[in-house]
Ligand binder design. Structure first.
Ligand code: ADP
Length: 458
């Protein structure tokens, strides 16, 4: 494969900038793409060269323009594409097209996207690897009768999930037999509308579990390591809001069992590149839920506690280097450090006083925090930036590190307070309430924390 010379990043916002930075550090030239709506977007200027994509298409569709992106890659002489997260990151056709064109797709093989993009197939794979899964249907559901029988056998609540769902969408909790018919129908039609397939399956809905996920790196020679876990239990509407590494809520025995299970699955799947295996934890039991075959939003905190640059690693793996090659520099599993604690807050342009409605317009003032143990990953975080309604509302990721969890939390609180943003509403006041809440600080939380803590809502 050899050294990559030029990478096109098929994404926008903070993750595009994150990847450009890694490329520059590795002396790799960068190509950006931008939609017409992103004409003034910061990621465009952070690339060595950037091209308009998806002319005449809807704003979202511009970044999904497979052929447009492939032809920009070829014309600009990019030998690899990094898809970031979202958009085409898990798109089977896109990965296949890259493979056909001889462009390196910085991620797993298309066969892994096929295996893990569909939660029903992923679940089958996890069972094959001997991982515990939540009691659920074997394969997709074809009739309401099957849902009702499942509910009767396992008891309510249950959760109906879109096989191709993601991002906290396409899930419906059903609390009693009476709700099943409507929920099944709506879940199917929502799945079809959002993900192009009405395929759904059902699982027992666990009562207030923790969400624990394991970061994994795998090279093309079958070597797989984990970089420990992240605790992403602080969620709103099944979407992550604040993440922590490592978890303060599990003991070392459980931690090792979960991390080893993740490695076992990825080895069995012959996985390549960076990926995350997600679990729900209920007491001292853990259950596989899904694999995210890509870089994740919250990778920053794993980088802070292990010192490993995951995007660098992704690029080295894509170049065909072994994990323990001196250039890649990943230590053997036993020597991977885990040092202190890190927390990430997702600052969004959403108004916590108005049901988290996305706000748009111009940032009249933008000043961020800083200092020891602070990392900022921003997209359009600058005075004069125009926040449009076309894309997701993530403004900046604030990650803090501390020797103890409380120290990391104190730095987060102080940093959030230091932000001065005018012209656009953000969720910062809400985040401040989360990171100083006594239950957060004592590790006494689970996925129901935000819903059950009304005082967070100002
Ligand atoms: P997505 O792919 O949309 O992120 P996941 O399957 O990863 O969906 O689930 C997201 C979140 O939804 C989990 O972190 C958890 O809070 C909740 N969830 C999913 N499945 C269950 C379940 N069976 N029981 C309880 N909560 C669940």
């Amino acid at each position: 494969m050899g050294k990559i010379q030029k990478i096109l990043v098929a994404n926008r916002g903070e993750i595009a900038i994150r990847i450009f930075r890694a490329c520059t550090e590795l002396k790799i030239r960068t190509v950006g793409i931008y939609s017409a709506e992103d004409n003034g977007s910061f990621h465009r200027y952070k690339a060595d060269e950037a091209y308009l994509v998806g002319k005449g298409k809807k704003p979202i569709d511009a970044y999904l323009d497979i052929e447009g992106i492939i032809s920009i890659a070829k014309d600009s002489g990019a030998d690899a594409i990094h898809p970031g997260y979202g958009f085409l990151a898990e798109n089977l056709e896109f990965a296949r097209r890259c493979e056909e064109e001889g462009i390196i797709f910085i991620g797993p093989r298309s066969s892994h996207l096929d295996m893990f993009g569909d939660k029903v197939k992923a679940r089958e794979q996890a069972i094959l690897a001997g991982l515990p899964v939540i009691p659920g249907s074997d394969g997709p559901l074809s009739s309401l009768q099957e849902v009702e029988t499942f509910g009767e056998t396992h008891g309510y609540p249950i959760i109906i999930k879109a096989a191709l769902g993601g991002g906290g969408r396409g899930m419906r909790v059903v609390r009693s037999a009476e709700e099943t018919a409507e929920a099944f129908e709506r879940a199917q039609s929502e799945a079809k509308a959002a993900f192009g397939s009405s395929e759904v399956y059902v699982e027992k809905f666990l009562d207030k579990p923790k969400h624990i996920e394991v970061q994994v790196l795998a090279d093309t020679y079958g070597e797989v390591v984990h970089l420990y876990e992240r605790d992403c239990s602080i969620q709103r509407r099944h979407q992550k809001v604040v993440e922590i590494a490592p978890s303060t809520a599990i003991d070392d025995g459980l931690r090792m069992d979960i991390c080893n299970a993740a490695v076992r699955l990825m080895k069995k799947a012959d996985y390549v590149n960076a990926g995350t295996v997600e679990f729900l934890v209920d007491g001292d039991r853990f259950y596989f839920i899904e694999v995210n075959p890509r870089i994740q939003v919250e990778h920053t905190i794993t980088e802070m506690v292990t010192g490993i640059d995951i995007v660098h690693a992704q690029i080295h793996i894509a170049e065909g280097r072994a994990l323990h090659d001196p250039e890649t520099g990943i230590p053997s599993q036993d020597s991977i450090p885990l040092f202190g604690y890190a927390i990430q807050s997702r600052v969004t342009t959403e108004d916590p006083l108005n049901h988290f409605m996305p706000d748009t317009g111009k940032l009249m003032v933008y000043r961020s925090g800083g200092g020891f143990g602070v990392r900022l990953d921003a997209g359009n975080g600058f005075q004069g930036a125009v926040i449009t309604p076309h894309y997701d509302s993530l403004l900046v990721k604030v990650s803090t590190w501390g020797m103890t969890f409380r120290e990391a939390a104190a730095k987060m609180d102080r940093n959030l307070q230091e932000f001065r943003i005018r012209g656009i509403k953000t969720n910062i006041p809400f985040l401040e309430n989360v990171v100083k809440h006594p239950d957060f600080l004592s590790g006494n939380y689970n996925t129901a924390f935000i819903d059950e803590t009304p005082e967070l809502f100002l």
